[in-house]
Design a protein around this ligand. Structure first.
Ligand SMILES: Cc1cc2nc3c(=O)[nH]c(=O)nc-3n(C[C@H](O)[C@H](O)[C@H](O)COP(=O)(O)OP(=O)(O)OC[C@H]3O[C@@H](n4cnc5c(N)ncnc54)[C@H](O)[C@@H]3O)c2cc1C
Length: 426
């Protein structure tokens, strides 16, 4: 009888694990992948997507075409019975299905960390999905349109102020890319814009070596960005953001990038989780008999540091290869191998042709770092054809694009409704 392997989560980890199982596994394994979206999102390139230098279609991978030979269900895990080895999944229309499995691989990733800040959920924008990235890019361009049109000085100032909460990679890269986009595309308005980064810790980019983080801080400050450390966003209301150091910022745009916590579904289905909501896996990526976990949702020991692996794409993709090989080894009755990966470093883009990186301890800055960033991420995209196409397109054409605010995308029925209103009046 064929072995049924169920992968839960169609992100970087889940997709890579499924592809590995399909390419290395025997013909009699049956791979099913369940994910609420029909596509995987390559999150490291969302800042460039927001700024329009990377096309949205280049950062998403349709799961069904990337996984010929697998069964892909667009649904979410809603219950897990590890004794009976049955997962319950629920589709967007509420349809519930039970899936029997022999091995289940949990790769449900993480969600934005929510803190008890009044007005946060009502007014802020997150930054983890391609939809959020597109919305944010549009929102910034729309704010520029409004500022250029209004005769009211306070409205103009508020529209041109952009606040980012969280000074990790996501917040820094999103701010730097958007500030750079406005500088390139709206030079006359750019000099009136105000960009504020608020970080609770006493320095930005805690994951990066201090000298590189302070280089980024200096570069941003030289571009006019206000980097506020040691302060928190306390409330967001009526176009005002209040900080814990007493500052009040007038703005319509607050971007919430304070990091993530593991997907709450793990707790909901009754798995034991740590304080970050992650399920503990051993060095073989095994949680218990028949259950495996990896990526942002799992606490996997990092043999090199002694602590858990950081929630990065770098670990997710390598753990995916290891988990697939271990699941196959287990099925064939062979020895499992531990997960080992020494962090190769970090790369961050700070706008077009600007970046910072540390590769195996060697610091790289400016244009070279940006090139490393693009080539590295190009080489990590899933699917060979996509990798080649995207890398060539980036290197040839990313400077010439002029982003336009397509605000109507968020209300596509408005033109029809307007037409109907006018014609009914007539
Ligand atoms: C803006 C941004 C920039 C980043 N930049 C970098 C970078 O430069 N370098 C780096 O190494 N890392 C970076 N990261 C982190 C990196 O993207 C993640 O570590 C990586 O995507 C983790 O992969 P994953 O598969 O575990 O999770 P994800 O890619 O988040 O995938 C999780 C999947 O599980 C699905 N899912 C959730 N709940 C359920 C459910 N109930 N049932 C079924 N499926 C479910 C989700 O829809 C999703 O498809 C960045 C992250 C962000 C947000």
């Amino acid at each position: 009888m064929s072995r049924r392997i169920l992968i839960v989560g169609g992100g970087y980890a889940g997709l890579t694990a499924a592809r590995r199982l399909l390419s290395k596994g025997p013909r009699d394994i049956d791979v099913t992948l369940v994910s609420p979206h029909a596509y995987m999102t390559y999150q490291p390139l969302l800042p460039e997507t927001a700024a329009g230098t990377v096309q949205p279609s280049h950062v998403v991978v349709p799961l069904r075409s990337a996984l010929p030979g697998a069964r892909v269900l667009t649904a979410a895990l809603s219950a897990l019975d590890t004794d009976r080895r049955v997962a319950t999944v629920t589709a967007a229309d509420g349809t519930v299905q039970e899936l029997a499995y022999d091995e289940v691989v949990l790769a449900v990733g993480s969600v934005t960390r929510i803190l008890p800040v009044p007005g946060l959920v009502e007014h802020a924008v997150g930054f983890r999905t391609v939809e959020e990235a597109l919305h944010l890019g549009n929102r910034v361009l729309h704010a520029l349109d409004r500022a250029a049109t209004t005769a009211d000085a306070a409205t103009r100032r508020r529209a041109l102020t952009f606040v980012f909460a969280g000074g990790g990679y996501a917040g820094i890269e999103a701010l730097a890319e958007l500030e750079d986009m406005v500088r390139r595309t709206h030079p006359s308005l750019h000099c009136e814009t105000r960009w504020v980064l608020v970080e609770a810790a006493d320095r930005i980019l805690a994951q990066m070596p201090e000298r590189l983080a302070s280089y980024v801080h200096r570069r941003l400050a030289a571009r006019g960005v206000e980097v506020v450390t040691g302060a928190r966003v306390e409330s967001i209301a009526d176009g005002h953001v209040r900080l814990s150091d007493g500052r009040v910022l007038d703005t319509e745009t607050v971007v919430w990038t304070v990091g993530g916590v593991a997907s709450p579904v793990l707790r909901q289905v009754g798995l034991p989780v740590d304080q970050q909501g992650r399920v503990a896996a051993d060095e073989h990526l095994r949680v218990c008999d028949g259950v495996w976990a990896l990526g942002d949702c799992a606490s996997v020991p990092d043999i090199h540091t002694g602590g858990p692996c950081a929630p990065t794409a770098q670990h997710a993709v390598r753990q995916a290869v290891r988990v697939a090989d271990n699941v196959l080894a287990h099925v064939r009755g062979r020895r499992l191998r531990p997960y080992r990966h020494k962090d190769a470093g970090a790369v961050a883009s700070l706008g077009l042709r600007k970046g910072v990186a540390e590769l195996y301890g060697v610091p790289v800055r400016g244009y070279l770092a940006w090139l490393v960033h693009r080539l590295y991420h190009g080489s990590r995209l899933p699917c060979r054809r996509r990798r080649l196409l995207v890398t060539i397109l980036w290197l040839l054409g990313s400077t010439s694009r002029e982003p336009v605010a397509l605000h109507a995308l968020e209300s596509p029925r408005a033109p029809l409704q307007d037409a109907h209103r006018h014609q009914s009046i007539a």
